[in-house]
Design a protein around this ligand. Structure first.
Ligand SMILES: *[C@@H]1O[C@H](CO)[C@@H](O)[C@H](O)[C@H]1NC(C)=O
Ligand SMILES: *[C@@H]1O[C@H](CO)[C@@H](O)[C@H](O)[C@H]1NC(C)=O
Ligand SMILES: *[C@@H]1O[C@H](CO)[C@@H](O)[C@H](O)[C@H]1NC(C)=O
Ligand SMILES: *[C@@H]1O[C@H](CO)[C@@H](O)[C@H](O)[C@H]1NC(C)=O
Ligand SMILES: *[C@@H]1O[C@H](CO)[C@@H](O)[C@H](O)[C@H]1NC(C)=O
Ligand SMILES: *[C@@H]1O[C@H](CO)[C@@H](O)[C@H](O)[C@H]1NC(C)=O
Ligand SMILES: *[C@@H]1O[C@H](CO)[C@@H](O)[C@H](O)[C@H]1NC(C)=O
Ligand SMILES: *[C@@H]1O[C@H](CO)[C@@H](O)[C@H](O)[C@H]1NC(C)=O
Ligand SMILES: *[C@@H]1O[C@H](CO)[C@@H](O)[C@H](O)[C@H]1NC(C)=O
Ligand SMILES: *[C@@H]1O[C@H](CO)[C@@H](O)[C@H](O)[C@H]1NC(C)=O
Ligand SMILES: *[C@@H]1O[C@H](CO)[C@@H](O)[C@H](O)[C@H]1NC(C)=O
Ligand SMILES: *[C@@H]1O[C@H](CO)[C@@H](O)[C@H](O)[C@H]1NC(C)=O
Length: 722
């Protein structure tokens, strides 16, 4: 049975569908950050217009009493980042993206969020610094951290003023030539520290910024913070008293294409000694078996402790993320640590963020559970037995902000809302402040009554059932049937969430007139590490079997789903799985397939940059001589003889994780075999399609394809032919 998350309220038949254009023109509201007094929160809202073909972004204010949202008067095209000024009610310090003196530089300003015209310029920075974090010292000085690219000698790099090379050559002598969508240069990201003295009332200064990574020695990998491509200011922190900083950087003695390991470094802000790793080789953490990637180093409000997250394995990016805490004390020029403690060893879930409670005695975290990102509170005395209680329910948390009374301002989403803001109090009461579903007209028909979960049998060897998230069209009528859209997620260590998808949005697919079934098979996260780890060496077996069992269930038990005219689609690992399905019996059950940036040839997949990923997931390197290796067993190209279902392939040029040659090879094979197929490429997109105009084209052409093969609507003549 499908378990629905809400009862149908309105007359469904009058509901209007969410079109790709409406979806892409919705306001995108960021995570709200509450001021220290807990009265108001600030967030960005950006919105794309298909009339002006431009995006507009503003900083908005959320009144935490009334839920009222107003424009702050600060434009997000002017102001890149805003941080609350410690020790004030509504004071802010922000990064202004323009610098009148230094092209390509930025400026720091101090002001008040309620008085946008009264800001004061306090510092001119000569490179595009970002990731501002600020602390106030007992004497009143402001100590801040920012990051940007730096030359090997440590000096900040400003691309606008830098000397341009006379050749475009890229020249390498070890692996990791490029990553995500960027070729490596000699520059690396670094964290810089700067000060604004209170004795001059923070008046304009030409600050001397110190590169905090200088002095960290390396044998193989040069230190770099934030870790690219997704690292940001969460990769470093400054103690609230301004005395100490922390950052993480990848293991300096290991090759970064092969390993995921990274360690937390601590150092005195005054620069009297270089930063030292606290959980590197030979540390207490390493001796206890915790040797993987570190994340979110975060000082306690009283500056006496540091919390951070680390994985155990040094080349597995989807190992369990566990929470640690350690006492820190600045003694002369060295930062002493003691009383190191593991806090979540008994909890079979991932700790994905860290926010301290105001009393420095517990930590708020977020982590995924059954397709929902939930918030939790973890005591720091190490007494958590089993799993903590979730503080949030049926929405996926995007971020939290801790209020002075220990309640949480939550920014969340669900399949039926692109953004909700609400407050969860320590006593468990929830106060709703805002929901996009009631504000944004295009979302008016959506609700939890359109979303349900089903549980179906697992492939052998796993003793829980497999969850799938089912999304109905917004004008769903129980008297009708709708073709199946079977959406397979990427990762493979990831999930189909009950959250708002900004790229793969199940409601937008459903509103083309499908019932979307989005399974979470072997390899998925949020169900415990055993299900996640099951996929190692088994890309084509357990997940495929789980999908077949889920499909069988839908065919037999969901009367409103027409599986005879179904389609399957997926990106990344979901693209690989779609290609795998093309060669297997399940492939014959679909009218059309859609593959976005997926592997078609496992040997060709070694063109990736993240070797740690494929070495782990295929359980060995491509140089293996084992004729039964995962490379051979699970290669979609070993089943070309069966390829016969019409397939739409998208593969982007800036995808360095899964190079476009895989999509092209698949397209060529299908064309040679006479299987109807189309190839879509965006030269300026990476693994994702982010530009709204490109995304509109992506949706239009994919929907044109599946609607043709599923429902017989005409195929357009947009593609370039002979
Ligand atoms: C639901 O909306 C789709 C797309 O707008 C339309 O084709 C279909 O007829 C509608 N179904 C019902 C039951 O109103
Ligand atoms: C919300 O703010 C607007 C603009 O300041 C104001 O007109 C309105 O009365 C406020 N509403 C509430 C409920 O406070
Ligand atoms: C940002 O800097 C520019 C250039 O100095 C200035 O004209 C503008 O007023 C500043 N905006 C804010 C919000 O500080
Ligand atoms: C660091 O190197 C850059 C690029 O070669 C150069 O412009 C800069 O002056 C150097 N900085 C120092 C402190 O030598
Ligand atoms: C102001 O404070 C800074 C940092 O604390 C100090 O280096 C500087 O000498 C002080 N300047 C004056 C004029 O007192
Ligand atoms: C880095 O290496 C230099 C030269 O061997 C040495 O003097 C220095 O102490 C080392 N720094 C650290 C933090 O180990
Ligand atoms: C990368 O890993 C492979 C397999 O473990 C190993 O053969 C190779 O030497 C490693 N390369 C580096 C630079 O660490
Ligand atoms: C915790 O999660 C469960 C399952 O998703 C939900 O039913 C429950 O309401 C949540 N608890 C709170 C306090 O939101
Ligand atoms: C729960 O806590 C909030 C905030 O502290 C308070 O406003 C509310 O009255 C409390 N509710 C109950 C039932 O105690
Ligand atoms: C379904 O069909 C029955 C019988 O024709 C009708 O009474 C009912 O109103 C229909 N329900 C919906 C939701 O259209
Ligand atoms: C991975 O390889 C190791 C040794 O090569 C082997 O013991 C293990 O069973 C393999 N695991 C899987 C899932 O294939
Ligand atoms: C359909 O549902 C029934 C009842 O839950 C279950 O016993 C049966 O196995 C399901 N069919 C399939 C193919 O999963």
């Amino acid at each position: 049975m499908a378990r629905f998350f809400g009862a149908a309220a309105a007359l469904a038949a009058t509901a209007s569908a969410l079109t790709p254009e409406q979806f892409l023109s919705l306001p995108k509201r960021g995570v709200a950050s509450a001021n220290p007094a807990g009265t108001v929160a600030v967030f960005t809202t950006s919105q794309y217009s298909f009339e002006t073909h431009k995006s507009k972004a503003v900083w908005q204010l959320l009144d935490l009493n009334t839920g009222n949202i107003t424009d702050s008067g600060f434009s997000a095209s002017d102001v890149n980042e805003i941080a609350w000024l410690p020790g004030t009610e509504t004071g802010i310090i922000y990064i202004n993206g323009t610098n009148d003196e230094v092209p390509g530089g930025v400026t720091l300003w101090i002001g008040d969020i309620l008085r946008p015209s009264e800001s004061k310029l306090v510092a001119s920075l000569d490179a595009p610094f970002n990731g501002l974090k600020v602390a106030k010292t007992p004497s009143g000085d402001l100590h801040y951290l920012v990051n940007t690219l730096a030359y090997p000698n440590g000096t900040a790099y400003n691309p606008e003023t830098a000397v341009t090379a006379r050749t475009t050559a890229r020249f390498y002598e070890n692996i990791y030539t490029r990553h995500w969508d960027t070729w490596l240069t000699k520059q690396r990201y670094a964290v810089f520290g700067g000060s604004l003295p209170s004795n001059s009332s923070y008046s304009v200064t030409k600050p001397v910024l110190r590169n905090l990574l200088q002095g960290v020695n390396y044998t193989v990998t040069r230190p770099e913070t934030p870790v690219q491509p997704f690292g940001g200011s969460g990769d470093y922190d400054i103690s609230p008293d301004g005395s100490t900083y922390a950052f993480l950087t990848k293991a300096t003695h290991l090759s970064k294409a092969n390993f995921t390991a990274s360690y937390i470094y601590l150092g005195p802000f005054d620069g009297s000694a270089p930063a030292v790793a606290i959980n590197g080789p030979d540390s207490e953490a390493a001796k206890a078996g915790h040797e993987g990637a570190s994340s979110v180093p975060t000082f306690s409000p009283d500056s006496s402790k540091l919390a951070y997250v680390q994985q155990d394995e040094d080349f597995y990016e989807s190992d369990r993320l566990q929470l640690y805490v350690v006492d820190v004390k600045l003694e002369g020029s060295s930062v002493a640590t003691s009383n190191w403690k593991a806090l979540t060893a008994t909890w079979d879930r991932w700790v994905e963020s860290v926010q301290w409670a105001p009393d420095s005695k517990s930590i708020f975290t977020t982590g995924e559970d059954h397709a929902l990102e939930k918030a939790y509170n973890i005591p720091i005395d190490g007494t958590l037995g089993g799993a903590p209680k979730n503080l949030t329910g049926l929405t996926s948390v995007a971020g939290v902000s801790v209020l002075p009374d220990s309640s949480l301002l939550v920014s969340a989403s669900a399949i039926w809302t692109s953004r909700d803001y609400y407050i969860v109090s320590a006593n468990g009461t929830k106060k709703d402040l805002f929901s996009s579903t009631t504000t944004d007209k295009a979302l008016a028909s959506l609700g939890p009554h359109l979303v349900s979960e089903i549980y179906t049998p697992s492939s052998p060897g796993f003793d829980q059932e497999i969850q799938s998230i089912v999304t109905l069209p917004s004008n769903f009528s129980s008297n009708k049937t709708y073709p199946l859209a079977f959406i397979i997620h990427g990762g493979p260590q990831g999930s189909n969430p009950i959250g708002w998808g900004s790229r793969w949005n199940t409601q937008v697919w459903a509103d083309q007139g499908y019932v979307v079934v989005a399974p979470n098979p072997a390899g998925s996260t949020g169900f415990g590490q055993e299900l996640t780890d099951r996929i190692q060496g088994n890309w084509g077996s357990y997940p495929y079997e789980d999908l077949v069992l889920a499909w069988n269930y839908v065919k037999e038990n969901l009367s409103y789903v027409d599986t005879d005219n179904g389609i399957a689609a997926g990106a990344s690992y979901g693209g690989y799985m779609t290609n795998w399905i093309q060669g297997q019996p399940l492939g014959r059950e679909f009218k059309a397939l859609v593959t976005h940036d997926g592997i078609s040839n496992t040997l060709g997949a070694y063109g990736t940059e993240e070797l740690w990923f494929i070495d782990h997931d295929y359980n060995g390197t491509v140089t293996t001589t084992d004729p039964n290796s995962a490379y051979t067993k699970w290669n979609p190209f070993n089943h070309i003889a069966n390829f016969s279902t019409p397939q739409f392939i998208i593969h982007n040029s800036l995808d360095y994780r899964l190079p476009e040659s895989d999509g092209l090879a698949l397209f060529n094979v299908l064309q040679i075999k006479g299987v109807p197929s189309r190839f879509l490429n965006f030269p300026d997109e990476n693994h994702w399609v982010l530009n709204p105009e490109n995304s509109f084209f992506w949706h239009t052409e994919i929907f044109n394809w599946i609607n043709h093969y599923s429902k017989g609507t005409p195929l357009d003549s947009e593609p370039i032919g002979e």
